[in-house]
Design a protein around this ligand. Structure first.
Ligand SMILES: Nc1ncnc2c1ncn2[C@@H]1O[C@H](COP(=O)(O)OP(=O)(O)O)[C@@H](O)[C@H]1O
Ligand SMILES: O=C(O)c1ccc[n+]([C@@H]2O[C@H](COP(=O)([O-])O)[C@@H](O)[C@H]2O)c1
Length: 200
């Protein structure tokens, strides 16, 4: 059995969800895990000295629960393949025999237990002005208070990106200002090629 795990990381509003949803629809045998689904409840997120809820740090997320989901997907894919082989089904060719998992989120590569899990890592970036503009049109729960982007979101992004770059581990950077379809086409082709080489 082969599993192929794809990370779609990057800045808030960089286009991660848009890209991950398209890939999820088009890749065969593909599952999707979204880091945003693992935010702790508001009461459990720490507040800093300025009164900002600290959402843009790993401690704001139930990462153990997310890891449990990823591990059970791996086990389930293994079990499914064993059942298929036991039933003497005709083996599928090349990467059709691969189970794909997309993990999408803004803090993927800062969480070390996931590091060995990825077969391919992508990271979407957009410049500060574009990010601030896109973020201002989005409503989170709770909504961003005044100055939250400049006071918390962007500084935390720069800090985590800096740490990630210092430990550079084969991340493919994507320009999130390019057309959605162009980003998708490039990543889709890149994954299919990597998965083919992987199953060879
Ligand atoms: N390539 C792109 N060019 C312009 N706008 C985009 C692009 N990709 C996504 N968007 C827009 O940016 C906003 C955030 O996209 P989303 O995929 O939700 O980002 P993320 O999951 O990284 O926060 C949405 O309004 C979306 O339509
Ligand atoms: O989903 C939530 O519970 C939630 C609550 C408050 C804020 N967020 C924001 O969600 C952002 C990450 O998600 P995204 O899709 O913008 O990459 C991060 O910048 C947080 O500030 C998310």
């Amino acid at each position: 059995m082969k599993t192929f795990v794809i990370g779609i990381g990057g800045v808030t509003n960089g286009g991660k969800t848009t890209l991950a949803n398209k890939l999820h629809k088009s890749l065969p045998n593909c599952s999707l895990v979204c880091q945003d689904d693992y935010f702790k409840s508001e009461a459990d997120v720490e507040t800093d000295e300025r009164g900002f809820k600290m959402y843009d740090v790993l401690e704001a997320l139930n990462m153990d629960d997310m890891m449990t989901t990823v591990n059970s997907w791996t086990k389930h894919s293994k079990d499914a393949e064993t059942t298929r082989q036991n039933q003497n089904e005709i083996p599928r060719k090349s990467e059709d025999g691969v189970y794909f998992l997309i993990i999408e989120g803004f803090l993927l590569y800062s969480y070390m237990p996931l590091d060995n899990v990825f077969n391919k890592k992508y990271f979407l970036t957009i410049p500060y002005e574009e990010c601030k503009k896109r973020r201002s049109t989005r409503v989170y729960e709770p909504p961003d208070p005044p100055d939250y982007f400049d006071g918390h979101v962007w500084p935390m992004y720069l800090k985590h990106k800096d740490q990630m770059e210092k430990a550079e581990r084969g991340i493919v950077y994507l320009d999130g200002t390019k057309l959605e379809d162009d980003i998708y086409s490039f990543v889709y082709a890149d994954i299919r090629k990597a998965a083919q080489e992987f199953t060879r």
